[in-house]
Design a protein around this ligand. Structure first.
Ligand SMILES: Cc1ncc(COP(=O)(O)O)c(C=O)c1O
Length: 372
């Protein structure tokens, strides 16, 4: 019987094929496709456009899978990410970030604006002035006002959306609508529900503010992996989930997905068993990042029951193994389910692509490192 995923066994333990070169960030293509289609179908069924955030995967190939599944366009975090995707043939891009268009960035935004359908976020008059300067002489640049729905990161209070839109329009920008990010929805199941409600309520307030200022909003953009399915209702028109392509241990803990929905693992080899009670893995902070702690651990190794990835050096991972469990041997290859997928992807040059339990391809992580 064909395996459902590359690493799922009868007991649901992620495994990667023997002989794989490690450390490697491995994706299971069947699971990626299932995740992409499920989210797209659920949001489309509610009448929303889907604009996945590509900062998670940074891959033209995966972005193409998302467009083929029905996504309207993509969301990027930086001008550099947007450039990589524009060069790769993506023609509808939203930089959902309060971009400061100073220095070379002004010219690069202008270039993008001339080549693709571009929209950019802003949450200040100063930011809008820079964007307007960048687009001067070209057709008006499409912008969305960022509002804060409770994450307390960026974005103005909803009641200020209208006045800010008026100021931006006076500068020559074309205000398409508003957007928000409910980053406070990933702490617990209750926080998730509350954040999704905040997203809808505060976006509705922002729409009111826009209308009072004389704007007819075209886009009301929200959504994140924890909140997307709960906030898929009016006035939201568009959703921007990112992590759902892969999910991770944090999302399993939040109850959004099961372990078998996790499409990305880090493959690692046991390189030392010299010290009793532990094994050393060939992954450290340079492969797994730092999202973890001595209390929580730095990732989950389901194939070794009761094990705990308690410490990382740059190139060493310390996996504590309980006395009653047989320790893996030097040379064994294990799968680590990461706490948070996004920062890990940015540490690797390529994905090792798995299908039916075999390595079938390597895909470049095209936009890795594009911070600017
Ligand atoms: C502005 C913005 N939109 C969308 C997302 C996607 O959220 P998630 O990765 O939880 O799906 C993010 C994530 O950081 C974001 O910053």
């Amino acid at each position: 019987m064909p395996q459902r995923t590359a690493w799922e066994t009868e007991v649901g333990i992620p495994r990667v094929p023997e002989g794989i070169e490690t450390p490697a960030v491995c994706l299971d293509l069947a699971v990626v496709l299932a995740n992409v289609r499920r989210m797209q179908q659920a949001l489309s069924a509610q009448g929303l456009r889907v604009r996945p955030h590509v900062k998670t995967h940074k891959s033209l190939r995966i972005g193409r899978l998302q467009i083929d599944a029905g996504a309207q366009g993509i969301t990027a975090a930086t001008v550099g990410e947007a450039e990589v995707f524009a060069n790769g043939g993506f023609d509808d891009i939203f930089i959902a970030y309060p971009v400061w268009a100073g220095g070379s960035r002004g010219k690069r935004i202008r270039d993008l604006h001339e080549r693709v359908s571009l929209r950019v976020g802003f949450d200040s008059i100063d930011g809008a002035e820079q964007l307007a300067r960048a687009a001067r002489g070209a057709r008006p640049l499409n912008v969305l006002v960022e509002i804060d729905c409770g994450a307390r990161r960026s974005g103005v209070p909803p009641s200020e959306a209208g006045p800010l839109a008026v100021a931006a329009a006076r500068l020559g920008l074309r205000v398409l609508g508003v957007f928000t990010y409910a980053g406070h929805g990933d702490r617990s199941p209750e926080a998730r529900l509350a954040a999704a409600n905040d997203e809808v309520t505060e976006l509705a307030r922002a729409v009111e503010s826009l209308r009072r200022a004389g704007f007819v909003e075209e886009e009301v953009s929200g959504g994140s992996t924890p909140t997307a399915l709960l906030s898929a209702r009016r006035p939201v028109t568009e959703s921007r989930p990112g992590e759902y392509v892969f999910y991770d241990q944090n999302k399993v803990a939040l109850g959004i997905c099961q372990l078998e929905d996790v499409a990305l693992v880090v493959a690692t080899t046991v390189v030392s068993t010299a010290v009793p009670g532990q094994v050393i893995l060939d992954v450290g902070t340079k492969a797994l990042g730092r999202e973890g702690s001595p209390d929580r651990g730095y990732g989950h190794v389901p194939a070794v029951p009761g094990s705990f990835l308690r410490l990382l050096n740059e190139h060493h991972g310390y996996l504590t193994v309980p006395d009653e469990v047989t320790r893996p041997r030097v040379g064994d290859v294990l799968a680590i389910v990461p706490n948070h997928a996004c920062p890990i992807v940015n540490l690797f040059d390529e994905y090792t692509v798995l299908q039916d339990g075999r390595e079938v391809d390597r895909w470049p992580i095209d936009a890795r490192g594009r911070q600017r």
